[in-house]
Design a protein around this ligand. Structure first.
Ligand SMILES: [Zn+2]
Length: 360
């Protein structure tokens, strides 16, 4: 089945469209999900399972994340992503291999928005390129910005690098979920309003167009970019990737997860004053040591962007019971870029600004 026959037209969506007057992308996505839940049993089941999923709060200092026991994610967490295994399996994101009931919305000429039948968060979507091309962010980061803007303010968009959580490293795709699950956004709000917190924001780059921050003493390494200037934001993002690739020796793409949202979570859509927020997680490795451990120490945890923003997925019940603050901290410190490389990255970015100012 080709992409052309998988694209759902607005006329088919009409009976599932609650707010017929609205034409924004998020209202069409809502209609798509309603249509698909009515017509695709696997998605209906997956959504029902998500509503029964068990979660537990994990305090990390003054913040909190959630551990989620989600057996639906076992296949994905355990997926072999080495080149050989990937080459030898049919690609589950290519149009001809999707379940016959699965339909999507066209996003521009190149992408299709599809429901994710094994959701981690509410209204979990996959945004899939129509061609079978490798998962790589180069030249596609701007698509993430556009998607986050078009889906603002209800959704955030994420990218998992081919060696950092993407279970289809051979087929370019993004994901999107509703913003309530973006706990890091609440953490950042707290850090910026409560000077008494032990975590601090460190201003790496501040220009009239963008702001680039790093968090100090947070439970993982992250860079945060804010601004409403698309080109400038993309410029700094790609510049960071270049420095990171040099620092870590991972070419052409360093190990990363990326999350983008736009507008704000109190309901304002994208505007000049409420532009994009990008979270870039530089990674040290894909899976933590507990993933490879044997016996009692084994924990099936395979972190991608969603785990890093505050929803740590554990698909095995016995392992889920063992995940507490200490284990979570250990996992985050192993999989995100540690010191001294992270400080080095920050220093390089600062030097880059000074260089640009000198050039101006
Ligand atoms: Zn494919």
């Amino acid at each position: 089945m080709s992409w052309a026959s998988r694209i759902i037209e607005d006329i088919e969506l009409r009976p599932f469209w609650r707010d017929l007057g609205a034409n924004e992308l998020s209202s069409r996505v809502e209609a798509l999900l309603n249509h698909q839940k009515a017509n695709w049993p696997l998605l209906r089941e997956g959504t029902q399972n998500l509503s029964q999923v068990v979660t537990r709060r994990i305090p990390l200092g003054r913040f909190e994340i959630l551990a989620q026991f989600n057996p639906q994610r076992l296949t994905s967490a355990a997926a072999p992503v080495d080149r050989e295994s990937v080459r030898n399996r049919p690609c589950f994101l290519c149009a001809e291999n999707l379940p016959p009931e699965e339909k999507g919305l066209a996003y521009g000429e190149a992408f299709v928005i599809l429901p994710n039948p094994a959701p981690i968060l509410d209204r979990h979507l996959s945004i899939v390129h129509r061609q079978h091309i490798e998962q790589a962010i180069a030249d596609h980061f701007e698509v993430m910005l556009d998607l986050a803007k078009d889906l603002s303010p209800a959704y955030f968009v994420l990218y998992n690098g081919p060696q950092c959580g993407a279970s289809a490293p051979d087929h370019l795709h993004f994901q999107a979920c509703t913003r309530e699950g973006l706990l890091i956004e609440r953490h950042l709000e707290a850090i910026e309003t409560d000077p008494g917190l032990s975590v601090h924001r460190h201003e790496v780059v501040t220009t009239t167009e963008i702001e680039l921050l790093a968090l100090e003493d947070y439970h993982l390494s992250v860079l945060i970019y804010r601004g409403s200037h698309r080109k400038m934001l993309a410029g700094w993002f790609y510049e960071t990737l270049k420095i990171l690739a040099d620092l870590t020796g991972k070419q052409p793409e360093p190990l990363i997860n990326v999350v983008v949202c736009a507008g704000d979570r109190s309901g304002h859509i994208f505007s000049k004053d409420r532009g994009w927020t990008v979270y870039l997680f530089p990674r040290a490795q894909h899976r933590p040591s507990c993933y490879y451990a044997e016996g009692e120490d084994k924990l099936m945890v395979s972190p991608g962007a969603l785990d890093l923003v505050g929803c740590l997925v554990v698909p095995v019940e016995e392992h889920f019971r063992k995940v507490g603050p200490e284990v979570a901290r250990q996992i985050f410190s192993e999989v995100t870029l540690g010191e001294p490389l992270f400080s080095h990255l920050v220093r390089k970015l600062k030097e880059r600004t000074l260089g640009l100012l000198a050039e101006a």
